[in-house]
Ligand binder design. Structure first.
Ligand code: NAD
Ligand code: LMR
Length: 317
């Protein structure tokens, strides 16, 4: 039995993500939780002829039932950006939402894999981790910040320049999930870019989210591409943990010591997934001179973002 719970399932990401998860044959139960509209979303998806039994849960009093027995909990709950906002501007609203949902997960499914989509991911993942620590159930191998959209974007934007097949283009993107903390490792590719191409690509990958926010013009941020990326990440978790496939790798933001020497305890890196979550977190790659500068900028911002999440839980305990 493989139960996946989506928290924030009625939202712009939640609905298409739930649709893609309903199409995953490994999922046997799909629990849709939100503060609004989940009965309708669940009824709609439940007519699709795939194995997952779909149930809708609404409001805090039903959170426990949504979470009980979950193998994976995906969290896209919270407000999205409007033009002119940074992801950090979402902290004041989303930190409390994520803390509440993490408390539910720590109580009702402490062994589940938790995949955090809600922004600012650089801070919301430490929030989930601190809540799990408070409940004595923290396992750093099981809590993930979903940065897959950065990988998806990087492959798309790079293949537009190189002309290579997009499906077989793989660009590691490490660090965090906002602006300067997003660090694409273009030096790992065999293609040699001009400095101008490299700079334009880095800028586009770091600020791809802003491109969508601007185009949506007040109607939110990326939802469909995020749903695709989120479904890809959950599918990787299930391939590794349920099918026990070897060699399943994704970049994801986790508590790790890969950048501990530079003073950060959360970092997105290439992770090999296994039955218990993180099997191997790859060390930092060898950086080009240009990437060394990007790394330093990423570290400086990450430190602030991580501390903000940790402090939030400490202060609101
Ligand atoms: P949305 O407003 O369309 O949907 C959010 C949903 O969360 C709504 O249905 C809302 O009712 C629900 N919600 C609010 N409070 C809740 C609570 N306490 N419990 C359960 N559900 C609750 O927003 P969206 O476009 O789906 O974006 C959601 C979040 O995902 C935002 O924070 C956004 O910044 C983030 N995001 C992250 C990435 C990433 O790459 N990690 C990509 C895109 C968006
Ligand atoms: C993204 O990268 O699209 C998301 O983090 C949403 C945003 O605010 O840009």
């Amino acid at each position: 039995m493989v139960k996946v719970a989506v928290l924030g399932a009625a939202g712009g990401i939640g609905q298409p993500l739930s649709l893609l998860l309903k199409a995953n044959p490994l999922v046997t139960e799909l629990a849709l939780f939100d503060i609004v509209n989940t009965p309708g979303v669940a009824a709609d998806l439940s007519h699709i002829n795939t194995p997952a039994k779909v149930t809708g849960y609404i409001g805090d009093e039903q959170l426990g039932d949504a979470l009980k027995g979950a193998h994976v909990v995906v969290i896209p709950a919270g407000v999205p950006r409007k033009p002119g906002m940074t992801r950090d501007d979402l902290f004041n609203i989303n930190a409390g939402i994520v803390k509440n949902l993490a408390t539910g997960a720590a109580k009702h499914c402490p062994k589940a894999f938790v995949a955090v989509i809600s922004n600012p991911v650089n801070s919301t993942v430490p929030i989930v981790a601190e809540v799990f620590k408070q409940h004595g159930v923290f396992d750093p191998k099981r809590i993930f910040g979903v940065t897959t959209l950065d990988i998806v974007r990087a492959a798309t934007f790079v293949s537009e320049i190189t002309g290579a097949d997009v499906a077989s283009t793989n660009v590691p993107v490490i660090g965090g999930h906002s602006g300067a903390t997003i660090l694409p490792i273009l030096s790992s590719l065999s293609h040699s870019f001009t400095d101008a191409q490299r700079d334009a690509l880095v800028q586009r990958i770091q600020y791809g989210g802003d491109e969508v926010v601007k185009a949506k013009n007040g109607a939110g941020s990326a939802t469909l591409s995020m749903a695709y990326a989120g479904a890809r990440f959950v599918s990787a978790l299930l391939d590794a943990s349920v099918l026990k496939k070897a060699g399943v790798k994704e970049c994801t933001y986790i508590k790790t010591d890969v950048a501990a020497a530079d003073g950060v305890e959360y970092f997105s890196t290439v992770v090999e997934l296994g039955v218990d979550g993180v099997a191997v977190a790859h060390p930092l790659p060898s950086f080009s001179e240009h990437e060394k500068k990007l790394y330093a900028a990423a570290i400086a911002e990450l430190k602030v973002n991580i501390q903000k999440g940790i402090d939030f839980v400490a202060k609101s305990a």
